[in-house]
Design a protein around this ligand. Sequence first.
Ligand code: MEV
Length: 419
Amino acid sequence: MPNRFSGFYKLTPKERLLIVAKEANLSSEEVDELYKTGSLDTDLAGKLVENVISTLEIPVGIVPNFIVNGKSYFVPMAIEEASVVAACSNSSRIANESGGFIAESSDPVMIGQIQLINVNDPERTIDDIQKVREEILNVANSRSRTLKKLNAGAKDIRTRVLNDPGRSVLLEIYVDVRDAMGANIINSMCESVASFLMGQFNIETNLRILSNLTPNRVTKSRAVFKSDMIGGSEVSKRIVKAFEMANVDPFRAATHNKGIMNGIDAVLLATLNDWRAAEANAHTYYHVSGNLSLSKYYLDDSENLVGEIEIPLAVGTVGGSTNSVRKAAIFRKILNIGDSREFSNVLASIGLAQNFAALRALCSEGIQEGHMRLHARSIAASVGATGEMIEAISKIMIEEKDISMSRAASLYDEMRKKN
Ligand code: MEV
């Protein structure tokens, strides 16, 4: 697919915003809202969380023409780290040459857990619980008329004895949450079911909460990166070796998977979704998948690099706090996703794009060169330089290998005097 947005990165923020606004049909009020800073009113923020004294602005960049399952997205990413947005854009350009990312998500099934403690006879307690299985599902489902109407909601229960010192019994409820993230509804279900059980049997319940590990709510994405676009098949082979290391060494796996989450968290933050839940989910997944690395790489018959990711993602498109912050709602509009599975497809693909970009840099020139270029620009901007002066100052600092606030400040002074 031809890239209608090539050169996007060379534009000013306002020019980029106007392009996105046109494509996403934003109103002029929405454009003004996005362009201004300080648009989250401190008093409104005080209604969202506690003890508020201020709000914090974070840069939001756009990955244009990010193609997943044949659809082109503008992906908003909120992040303080330089290189991430550029990296995703570059990966996207390369993947698009082979048709973009192909992704699919499972049904959105989540687990709620109820811990039963001080149990004298665990096997008998499990028997008792299984006998009232249907009642448990009914009690759980009485908490959501919406899910019931959608023929979703609590579908199954499982029970087991834990290996903890007190031999707790665990009741798990499997809930199809459709387009919700699921935390609120599952927690309500767990509390109702716990009360029901305590009314039926002489038992004590302790924890009643969803699990943030969602091995039944998983997304897979795949892309082909042509070797001749990334420095040849030698680089592709090195990327495969990098993946192989991440899959056996937990110290590398943590960094490898952190790179994946750089991309995913940034989209979750821009759309105000719970990125801590996504982190917990992703980083615990190896317990059930048996793989340390969330992604994998291999060469196809033409020696092109194939990247794949399998990642549990529990994100919603209904409920949550997105709509209470207007900018996040507009970013969601720009992203233009339908249901939660489409959202997960984009997120997993962004994670793969980000991971591929990091590995490509690490397996060729290293990441410092690119990082330093962006770092130099941000230092130049922080001493007051604007427009072309930023480029001029950062170029000199890179040539001199002296990227520092003091050098940036003296160059800025010299240039201002000359102009
Ligand atoms: C830095 O934020 C992320 C990387 O360390 C990821 C990786 O090493 O794969 C570059």
